[in-house]
Write a protein that binds this ligand. Structure first.
Ligand code: ATP
Ligand code: MG
Ligand code: FE
Length: 345
């Protein structure tokens, strides 16, 4: 069975095509992404109207490129991100997917973007066992217990304020590293000393929630540090700040993810979401999972950030588990949650 996935929840128009093998695995046939990220750079963040217009221009050409790359005339099923995401951006992908599904007369699946960030790992690393997933992106930070991709996902914890990727973007802006901030901050940190400045580790006190996160205090602490240096007329090292900030984020994320795996009693941790493209989050997760005897699974960076393949792969798993198609009348759901029974609509 060949499944096409369409993604338009933020600033990437993604169309992916996979072949479902029926054994919990998929083969990747096409992965086309058109990003409007450059159009948002001068505003310092994603502008919803600009993103919607860019999706409108890119959606049909990106679908055509994916079909050509896969050598497929029409897929057997068409899946789309129904939420969470930007309302106008979601509408473009959903309207296009509905139109194609109707014209091709194939089943239509409206799926959850966040579930896609978890399921995409199966493309490289095979079927997922019961595991803990750490999902970190520009809009989300979640610790999840995923028993089986066909079953409801249980949320163990989430951020009480900023998402981890959002903290990367805000600190990068503060340091004048531009937009998108995550990759720029990661690059700057390569030249810095991660132990130079002891930034706070939010939500790690003995009375704090074991599985929740907080990053806004860390962001403020970086701002205070820069302000105090400027006021005192002292010089400061951007690479050291970047590396020390990145270390604080990676330290808390990986410590809590390993702890959650132990609490739940699983021996596999899977990472997903755009911020898991971060080099220090990846290396510290590797180190800590090795120490704890936990198998770590991380998709390659290209599949960590938003793409259509993740949507196709989640739909393939749901279909493989017996899910029937969505109604063509289903509405976009910008605030869709990852927890419990919300993997598709
Ligand atoms: P979601 O709806 O899942 O929150 P999103 O729009 O945030 O989606 P993603 O592609 O999943 O999109 O994640 C983008 C985020 O990942 C941005 O905040 C970006 O700064 C961050 N990011 C990307 N690469 C890196 C990196 N190397 N280091 C840190 N953060 C990164
Ligand atoms: Mg993006
Ligand atoms: Fe995402």
């Amino acid at each position: 069975m060949i499944v096409m996935g369409v993604e338009s929840s933020c600033d990437e128009t993604g169309v992916g095509i996979v072949r479902w093998n029926g054994d919990g695995t998929c083969d990747l046939l096409a992965d086309e992404v058109a990003s409007s990220v450059d159009q948002h750079a001068r505003y310092g963040g994603v502008v919803p109207e600009v993103a919607s217009r860019a999706h409108l221009e890119a959606i049909v050409p990106t679908m055509r490129r994916a079909l050509a790359a896969a050598g497929v005339e029409k897929p057997d099923a068409l899946a789309v991100t129904i939420g969470p995401g930007l309302a106008g951006a979601l509408l473009v992908g959903v309207a296009a997917a509905k139109a194609y599904a109707a014209a091709w007369n194939i089943p239509f699946y409206a799926v959850n973007h966040l579930g896609g960030h978890v399921s995409v790992d199966t493309l490289e690393h095979g079927p997922l066992p019961s595991c803990v997933a750490l999902l970190v992106s520009g809009g989300h930070t979640h610790l999840l217990h995923v028993e089986d991709l066909g079953k409801p996902i249980v949320e163990l914890g989430t951020t009480v304020d900023d998402a981890a990727g959002e903290a990367f973007d805000k600190v990068a802006r503060l340091l004048g590293l531009g937009f998108p901030g995550g990759p720029a901050l990661d690059a700057a940190a390569q030249e810095g000393d991660r132990n130079a400045i002891a930034f706070p580790r939010g939500m790690t006190g003995p009375r704090d929630s074991r599985h929740d996160f907080s990053f806004s205090g860390l962001k403020t602490s970086v701002a205070r540090y820069v302000e105090s240096k400027e006021r005192a007329g002292e010089t400061f090292s951007i690479p050291d700040i970047a590396a020390s900030f990145q270390e604080a984020v990676a330290d808390v994320l990986t410590m809590k993810a390993v702890r959650a795996a132990k609490d739940v009693g699983v021996d596999t941790l899977v990472l997903g979401g755009g911020a898991t493209a971060n080099s220090r989050i990846r290396s510290l997760a590797e180190q800590r999972c090795a120490e704890a005897g936990i198998t770590l699974r991380i998709p390659k960076p290209r599949l960590c950030t938003d793409n259509g393949v993740m949507i196709a792969s989640l739909a393939a798993h749901l279909i493989g588990n017996g899910a029937g198609p969505s109604e063509l009348s289903v509405a976009t759901d910008p605030g869709l949650s990852v927890s419990i029974s919300q993997l598709m609509r």
